[in-house]
Design a binder for this molecule. Structure first.
Ligand SMILES: Nc1ncnc2c1ncn2[C@@H]1O[C@H](COP(=O)(O)OP(=O)(O)O)[C@@H](O)[C@H]1O
Ligand SMILES: [Mg+2]
Length: 233
């Protein structure tokens, strides 16, 4: 279990996280919802130790993570798939996937390639294509595939639906569900609350750097405030 308790993060004078507490139980999909600037990406960056909290605690299975470097966090299987899908545009699909495995020396790497191709057959068809020439949806698939090559226990996904054609969003979310069924926990950051709550077990709504609401995804979906603010009525 991954757990944040009362985490505060500042960027200079900007108080970006104001006491965030959340947890991801093993095997679950947890949504982190909220509008622009609410602190969603900062929460993920804090979990991958790219930003340092001013106070609060961060534990995995009861062990504190605040002294761990970002690369130690990756080794523990906490893999961050960043906003705007950040693939390396001049590298091929295959090269991008290999980069995802750079921390690993184990023998499972080869079979993980096959696993990525079983989730995303489009990537196999485009193995030697430069990543920059893929469609937005395909680049998102590649970004998720690259994260999977890091052998995640917990996958941190930052807005995977952003700027992607609706039919590909459905395809990608079906695959996120499959990845989770195969044993990876997921923290899913989304502005698209509808699709996120449809596949997650539990959800948190961030507002102004704090958790304004939380609950089972089913309950959140039926919550009047969530419907009004994030589900279009
Ligand atoms: N590098 C930064 N420097 C200063 N302020 C930042 C930085 N990154 C984010 N912020 C601010 O922190 C707040 C939370 O941002 P962010 O976590 O990116 O929100 P979200 O992902 O929910 O849109 C916003 O007010 C944003 O302007
Ligand atoms: Mg963001």
């Amino acid at each position: 279990m991954l757990q944040l308790t009362d985490v505060h993060v500042y960027y200079g004078h900007v108080h970006a996280l104001r006491g965030v507490s959340l947890k991801i139980d093993d095997g679950k999909i947890v949504s982190l919802l909220g509008g622009n600037g609410a602190g969603k990406s900062t929460t993920l960056k804090m979990i991958s130790r790219l930003v340092q909290p001013k106070s609060g605690s961060y534990q995995i299975d009861g062990k504190t993570m605040l002294k761990e470097s970002p690369s130690r966090i990756v080794k523990r299987g906490i893999i961050h798939c960043p906003e705007n899908r950040r693939v390396f545009p001049t590298f091929t699909v295959e090269e991008n996937l290999k980069i995802g495995a750079y921390k690993r020396k184990d023998k499972k790497i080869k079979s993980d390639f096959e696993k990525v191709f079983s989730y995303f057959p489009r990537l196999k068809e485009r193995l030697n294509q430069k990543a920059g020439t893929l469609s937005g949806g395909e680049q998102q698939m590649l970004a998720i595939g690259r994260s999977l090559m890091g052998d995640p226990n917990v996958l941190l996904l930052d807005e995977p639906s952003l700027g992607i054609a609706p039919n590909l969003v459905i395809e990608i979310f079906e695959i996120i569900k499959e990845i989770n069924k195969d044993g990876t926990s997921v923290l899913l950051v989304e502005q698209n609350a509808n699709v996120a709550l449809a596949i997650s077990d539990y959800g948190y709504v961030l507002e102004n750097g704090h958790v304004a609401l939380e609950g089972n995804s089913k309950n959140l979906k039926n919550n009047d405030e969530v419907r009004r603010l994030y589900l279009g009525g």
